[in-house]
Ligand binder design. Sequence first.
Ligand code: UD1
Length: 337
Amino acid sequence: MKILVTGGLGFIGSHTVVELQNEGFEVVVIDNLSNSSEDVLKGIEAITGKKPLFEKLDLRDKAAVQDFFKKHADVNGVIHFAASKAVGESVGNPLLYYENNISALVYILQELEKKENANFIFSSSCTVYGQAKTMPINEGSEVQPAMSPYGNTKQIGEEIITDVAKVSGINAILLRYFNPIGAHPSAEIGELPLGIPQNLVPFITQTGIGLRKELLVYGNDYPTPDGTCIRDYIHVVDLAKAHVVALQRLLNKKNQDKVETFNLGTGVGSSVLEVINAFEKVSGKKLAYRIVDRREGDVTLAYADTTKANDVLGWKTQSTLEQAMESAWKWEQKIRS
Ligand code: UD1
């Protein structure tokens, strides 16, 4: 079984390649290295004993996408991670986001549409729910108008896939991630943010290692027990495993609809201060941080109802927040040593 993983050298992509190879799948990775490095292939090989096939390719190049599918006509499934994901950048450069996240998706689907059967897994985000009215958030929660071009690309992406699946042999699963964190326990692969991290956990570990002076905590006047925002932080290895389970569901034709949607989270909400505490506990370090104003666009509270993923996919998270923070810290120490 040959599986295409786009963005397979990125954070979630690389961890998914590892889990796929561990399950015996043959993997071909497409990546344009815009936010990753070829060294990740070595990390994957160190863990699994096998280097995946790799095609350096930009999915905005329609002819290159067509050529790829001619060359790899035997691909049985596609897991599509390749996308840009910085919310602030998307506000400043929306067309980059629409081209990277939408044009690329269309070009891949155009090739899959030609096949009698195709299996497609899409990286979506809990951002589609905005500030949900009730917690935990289940898949029936209302999708709210996107607050950024990035968020909009996830919503439009879901809609495009749904429309195309209706009139083609494509079966798809949309995976709405909560907040992926951590690294492989071997510390052979992990998150490699370019420049100043926008996300909480890489900012914490970079502060812990001395690369940043202090963490700015964006607001402690939210209506939560300690005043800081609450999110559902999921270990990236747990998240990666969910992709393998979802893919097997499609390959075994166990899906009940042409397009199915699952929330992927732990079901547990943690505040920013709780994440800091977990870091301090596993690292034995005091973290320098300061409370500042709220960040525009942040929702107060978001954590997943995991019932559907647990019952229908038969998947559930294994790792705790502390284990995830421990792996993130081990990775940070390794890449700075
Ligand atoms: C963000 C995006 C989300 C996207 C995801 C992809 C926003 C508003 N949301 O999720 O759409 O799918 O990244 O990775 O950008 N925090 C601090 N200090 C920091 C960084 C973060 O206090 O330096 C706080 C934030 O206010 C938030 C929490 O930490 O409460 C998590 O932030 P982050 O890691 O950026 O994730 P989200 O904002 O949930």
